[in-house]
Structures are given as C-alpha cells and as structure tokens.
Design a protein around this ligand. Structure first.
Ligand code: MTE
Length: 349
C-alpha cells in the first residue's frame, strides 16, 4: 500500500499530536512521527543562559552547562514513551481530556547522563525524600489561578535508579527541540508524564511535592462518589495494539498480516494472542523482535482467510507478572490508563 504517514493532530497550540499507528514499520519511531504531548506552548530556550541546576537538600548546590553534561559518562537506553491518556477515546462513558486514539505512544533510543551521577555530585542530604524536576514551559491552568511550570517529582529511590537518565540525545541525534532540547528526564517503564522535557531545575526536597501536575493531574481518581483517595500514576500498564489492518478496513481473500505492538512497564510481555472470531478462540502471534526491558515489542500473525464476510478481530497480551488484558478498561474520571482488549472489525471481499 502507498501510504505517506504524518502525525494525527488533536491540537496545535499547545501541540498534541499522535503517532499514526498504521505507519508502524520499525521498532524505533522516526522523529517526525513521534507523538507530541504538551500542556503549554513551547518555551523559549536560549542556550547562552541555559543551565541545569541541582538545589535544595544537597550539600553542594551545583549547576551544569550543556557541555558539562555532554562530557560526562553517557548511557544509552531504548525506552518506549506512552502518555497515560493513550486510547482515552475508547472509554465508555467518555471522559474529559485529549481524546487520544491508538498512538499517544512511540519508541526511541535515548542517550544521556545517569541522574544518580548528578545527584551524587551534589551530595544529597540525609533528610531528602523526593526530587522535583522543572521544565522551562509554563502557563495557566483552567482549574486554579496562577502561572505554573510543568513540574513533577520522583521519590529519591526512583531518582537514584541507574536507568533514570537525563537524556541529551534521541535516536543518536541531539534531542529535538519538540522533545525537550537540551535535556529531558527519561523514567523508563513509567507513563510519559514523568519524563520532564526542557529540564532546567532539579530540587531535592524533604516533603512530598504537591504541585498540580503531581497531585491533581496524573492520579487515578476512582469512580465518582467513592472516597477521594487518589493513587499516583507510575508504571505503564500491560497493553497491546493492532497497528494493521485498521478498524473497518476491507481486505482481499488470501493471506493477510495482522500486526502491532505490546508493552508492559512492570514485566516482560510473554504472549500476544489474536482472535478472529470475536474472542471465541485465540491463536498465538509471533514476535518480530527480542524482548528489551523498556521497549514495546512488535508481533505479527498471518491470517489465511477464504470466506468472505465480517470478522471481529481482537488482541490480548500477557506479561510475566501474571497480568492479562480484559474486555473492560478500568474507568476513571480522567480517562487514564486505558488497556482493554482492542477490537476491530474488518470485511473480507
Ligand atoms: N515536560 C514538559 N516540560 N512539559 C510537558 O507538557 N508533557 C509530559 C512529558 N513531559 C510534558 C513534559 C507528558 S504528559 C508526556 S506523555 C510526555 O512528556 C510526552 O513527550 P513527547 O512530547 O516527547 O512525546
């Protein structure tokens, strides 16, 4: 098929566009197709003045210039980023928030400095509990007065994890401006909200951080009318997606490939199954690549079909932690973490 892919636009200011899942052709998402999720307009970044500071509960407050970071030991990690609002448009009843389809998810190889190296250089004090990360973008919110930076925190333990990095490169090239140049946090295995772009200030604190992107957004508020007990969002839930064919596609009789991705932030995905009879029977798909700790994994399944008609195709995955996908997603008012079994309908001519 001749197909010239481009992003699927939800909003331009701020920019929110998704990866066209149908264009999945390699594990790594090329930069121009990588999804973009922003709360605010892009910030002004002037590299004459840019510094990454480490402040707060540290014995040696420090700042790093860009070249200081480039000259430090680097690590390279393939990591899939997925917005926790991915697939929100499939929730029934509908929820508030950007109505993402299948593609608020993409995969890249990130290179940068271990955050633990920066924190050790600043000599974190014994009373430290969390670490906050501030992006250079800021703006107003509709639910409270004031101007807010995009700011998030991690526990000190997660901040010191050897795979939490301050990325300077994406797919072997300096971080693109839209994805956080000059530096962004990458928290592998977690939903994308934790991976703060245009990072310029790191503050070590002793009290839990209460900023709106930490305690108002990106928490699971359970069903309305249940006691308010927000649960912070962290790890990517087990999920699988059919990239092709697409819903409502008309296919020819003969051999057709069904293909897509699967991911889980908590354990390796061990199996993907396909059903072509609306979930009555399931067949195991083949892997197209090796398991990697923090990467989506592509799968495919060859379907030989001789009978014309309507087919209801489903996909479900299992991970090594014993999770399996179910028919119903865990509904929540903000529409976070949708991971129900995907269902498409195709027609054989
Ligand atoms: N960092 C800043 N500074 N501002 C943002 O709006 N959005 C977060 C995260 N980091 C955001 C941010 C969210 S919700 C997601 S899903 C990812 O960035 C998206 O990263 P991408 O635009 O590079 O795909």
């Amino acid at each position: 098929m001749l197909y010239s892919p481009h992003l699927i636009t939800h909003r331009i200011m701020p920019e929110n566009q998704e990866f066209p899942m149908l264009s999945l052709s390699s594990r790594i998402t090329p930069e121009h197709l990588f999804y973009r999720r922003n709360h605010f307009l892009y910030p002004n970044v002037d590299m004459r003045f840019w510094r990454l500071s480490i402040e707060g509960c540290v014995n040696k407050p420090l700042y790093f210039r860009y070249d200081n970071l480039l000259n430090m030991p680097q690590v390279t990690l393939p990591v899939t980023l997925e917005c926790v609002g991915d697939k929100r448009s499939f929730f029934e009843p509908k929820t508030r928030g950007e109505q993402w389809g299948l593609g608020a998810i993409s995969h890249a190889v990130w290179t940068g400095v271990r955050l633990q190296d920066l924190l050790h250089a600043a000599d974190v004090q014994g009373n430290a509990r969390e670490v906050t990360f501030e992006g250079m973008d800021k703006g107003a919110r509709t639910d409270m007065p004031g101007v807010f930076s995009y700011k998030r925190s991690l526990s000190l333990e997660r901040a010191l994890h050897p795979d939490t990095i301050v990325a300077l490169y994406m797919n072997g090239k300096p971080l693109p401006f839209r994805h956080g140049y000059p530096a962004r946090l990458i928290v592998p295995g977690w939903y994308g909200m934790a991976s703060v772009k245009w990072l310029h200030r790191i503050v070590v604190i002793e009290e839990p951080f209460q900023g709106p992107f930490q305690v108002v957004d990106y928490v699971f508020n359970r069903k309305p009318l249940t006691p308010f007990a927000p649960e912070p969002i962290t790890t990517i839930r087990l999920n699988s997606t059919i990239a092709g064919p697409t819903d409502q596609e008309v296919l020819a009789r003969g051999e057709n490939w069904i293909w897509g991705i699967a991911i889980s932030g908590s354990a390796p995905v061990v199996q993907v199954e396909i059903s072509i009879d609306n979930g009555n029977s399931w067949l195991v798909a083949s892997w197209m690549e090796q398991q990697e700790a923090y990467s989506w994994r592509r799968w495919c399944w060859k379907w030989t079909v001789t009978e014309p008609g309507t087919y209801d195709i489903k996909v479900r995955a299992k991970d090594a932690a014993g999770n399996t996908q179910s028919e119903m997603a865990d509904w929540n008012v903000n529409g976070y973490g949708y991971n129900a079994i995907q269902h498409i309908r195709v027609y054989i001519d």
